[in-house]
Ligand binder design. Structure first.
Ligand code: NAP
Length: 307
């Protein structure tokens, strides 16, 4: 094993590990000496190749890295994956809810069924996986849920309304888990990355209603062109996100921040200030309602130098 960490080895389940942040994260964590379960959907069909590559990597580098089948839209699949982890490793320390997709386009072009599919993967997916893992984490009295949100969950731009709604909802779930699970010693963390070049664009799902989509064609076309020009001029390395997740995994229990933004500096500062304001508002409202004692203070944000 190379890049071995001095941190205590953790047992980690990462969803959506076939590509992008998930793939980089499982490879990085395994190389740092952790026992990693790379959760993929379709290990024998759509992701057969990614599955074989990860298995070969594990054998070549003698890593504690295993592939498990997990489609986050299926509760039984999530239950089976967690069960496999527990039977193989005997425990589970950190769940990384990374699986996700984007349905870009003007809101009007999407049917309610398409919107439900976006929410099913990005929101209910994490709910299912955590539902499978939580009885075990509560019982062992420690562990962490790490949700991969997005700065879009905090800042809504046009033509990504469904995605933004899904990530805002995931952020709300993460907050509720944080407060509800603290008495059990289980942490809940939201990672909010800016746009990074992964496979997410290639895997994007467009609305079937092309007539309504084309009504917005000119504005959306200009939006995409300008966004792409900016991102091409200033490419970002998606390993920054994987490194952040690895750092969160390795932090001692009870010291993890509840929120981390991974973004170019100006975006990071803006989104962190929004998160801080929301946290301050939650504190003030809960205090006025007489339930402040149920809110977890937790660690402050990244500028405290935790990561
Ligand atoms: N890249 C960005 O700019 C960015 C920014 C902020 C947040 N994020 C978030 O980061 C996470 C990872 O995205 P990425 O950028 O790394 O994109 P990616 O390369 O497309 O990875 C997405 C992963 O999610 C998996 N997935 C999709 N639906 C699934 C399902 N039903 N069950 C299990 N796995 C499923 C995909 O598997 P398949 O190969 O089978 O499709 C893939 O492994 C997502 O939650 C995304 O929203 C991305």
């Amino acid at each position: 094993m190379n890049d071995m960490t001095t941190a205590e080895p953790r047992v980690v389940l990462v969803t959506g590990a076939s590509s992008g942040f998930g793939r980089l994260t499982v490879e990085s964590l395994a190389r740092r000496g952790h026992q990693v379960f790379a959760a993929l959907r379709g290990v024998h069909d759509r992701n057969e190749r990614a599955s074989a590559e990860l298995t070969t990597l594990a054998a070549d580098e003698r890593l504690e890295l295993r592939v498990v089948e997990l489609d986050v839209t299926d509760q039984a699949s999530a239950d089976r994956a967690v069960d496999t982890v527990l039977r193989t490793a005997g425990r589970l320390d950190v769940v990384v809810n990374n699986a996700g997709s984007i349905f870009p386009g003007p809101l009007e072009a999407f049917s309610a069924d398409e919107a439900a599919r976006q929410l099913d993967v990005n929101v209910l997916g994490a709910l299912r996986v955590n539902r499978a893992a939580l009885p075990h984490l509560r019982e062992q009295g420690h562990g962490a849920l790490v949700q991969i949100g997005s700065i879009s969950g905090r800042v809504t731009l046009p033509y990504s309304g469904l995605y933004a709604a899904s990530k805002a909802a995931l952020g709300s779930l993460t907050e509720a888990w944080r407060h509800e699970l603290a008495p059990f010693g289980v942490e809940s963390v939201l990672v909010e990355p800016a746009p990074y070049p992964t496979s997410i664009g290639n895997n994007a799902v467009s609305p079937a209603d092309t007539a309504r989509l084309s009504a917005y064609g000119e504005g959306m076309g200009r939006f995409v062109t300008e966004l792409t020009e900016r991102q091409t001029a200033m490419p970002e390395d998606p390993r920054a996100v994987a490194d952040t997740i690895a750092a969160l995994v390795e932090l001692p229990g009870g010291t993890r921040p509840w929120h981390v933004v991974v973004a170019p500096e100006a975006q990071r500062q803006a989104v962190e200030s929004a998160a801080r304001a929301a946290d301050d508002a939650a504190r003030a409202v809960s205090s006025d309602m007489g339930v402040a004692a149920f809110m977890t203070a937790g660690q402050p944000r990244t500028e405290a130098g935790i990561l």
